[in-house]
Design a binder for this molecule. Structure first.
Ligand code: F6R
Length: 246
């Protein structure tokens, strides 16, 4: 069941989600967070940094697991998701990096997928899983397709995703074509799932998610409709484009 929250602006969406996370960490200091990368959560992570630096939230006992990582680039590469998490969040808050996990993009893909799968469940599932959404409805790197995977696996990125992510790389040819990702079952296992979306490029994906009860592998986000506690946070610009009236 999806709860849709419509905010005044993208900034307000980020504030809403940052508040949810701070509240959770304050209630349960040793909670487990599932985290996402991409452009969308960056301002939300800035708000978590501000709250931490202002002494309003303490991440010292928090554990985190990230959704995904590119294959073929090391964690030191400036486009790796490990590097992204360090520079956009972990380096600026009082989290113990030993308690943070981002899958390995280098080495044996099957062993890396097995390790990610184990981390999803180690010490219990995530109390909150943060998500963005791809223009094609992907969540993590579970791409729109005839079939989806339940568990952690290696995914071939679609042309749509490679094009969307090319903005972060010097050349489109540099975008990795495969990634390691949590599967749909791993995401649905979290106690609470919170998806933030903004921008008109997400209109079709969000329409499929909030305007009907249909579920399709061609918009993987629609599987969140089966989750008992899923929250979708969109700003009014996107809500209007989708035709969502509440
Ligand atoms: C990132 C991830 C992806 C992104 C999605 C949206 O860890 O799993 O599913 O959330 O591609 O990316 P942005 O936010 O850049 O539009």
């Amino acid at each position: 069941m999806i709860q849709v929250v419509v905010t005044e602006s993208y900034d307000a969406s980020c504030a809403y989600v940052a508040d949810m996370i701070c509240k959770l960490v304050n209630e349960k200091p040793a909670c487990k967070l599932g985290l996402a990368t991409g452009g969308t959560p960056v301002p939300m992570y800035k708000k978590l940094i501000e709250a931490n630096q202002a002494g309003k939230v303490d991440f010292s006992a928090v554990r985190t697991v990230n959704l995904d990582e590119y294959c073929g680039i090391p964690g030191t590469h400036d486009q790796s998701y490990r590097y992204f998490m360090n520079t956009n969040l972990f380096d600026h808050i009082n989290i113990d990096k030993a308690n943070t996990y981002v899958a390995q993009g280098m080495g044996d893909p099957a062993a890396n997928a097995a390790e990610l799968e184990a981390k999803v469940y180690e010490g219990g599932v995530a109390d909150l899983q943060l998500l963005g959404i791809g223009n094609n409805g992907h969540i993590a790197f579970n791409e729109a397709s005839d079939t989806l995977h339940a568990t952690a696996h290696i995914e071939h990125l679609t042309e749509s995703t490679i094009n969307a992510n090319a903005r972060f790389f010097a050349r489109k040819e540099d975008v990795p074509t495969t990634a390691i990702t949590m599967g749909m079952g791993d995401i649905l296992a979290a106690k609470c799932v919170v998806l933030i979306a903004t921008g008109l490029a997400k209109t079709e994906a969000i329409r499929g998610l909030v305007m009907s009860d249909e579920i399709t592998t061609h918009n993987p986000s629609t599987m969140l409709k089966m989750h008992p506690n899923a929250v979708v946070v969109i700003d009014k610009e996107l809500a209007e484009a989708v035709g969502y009236k509440g």
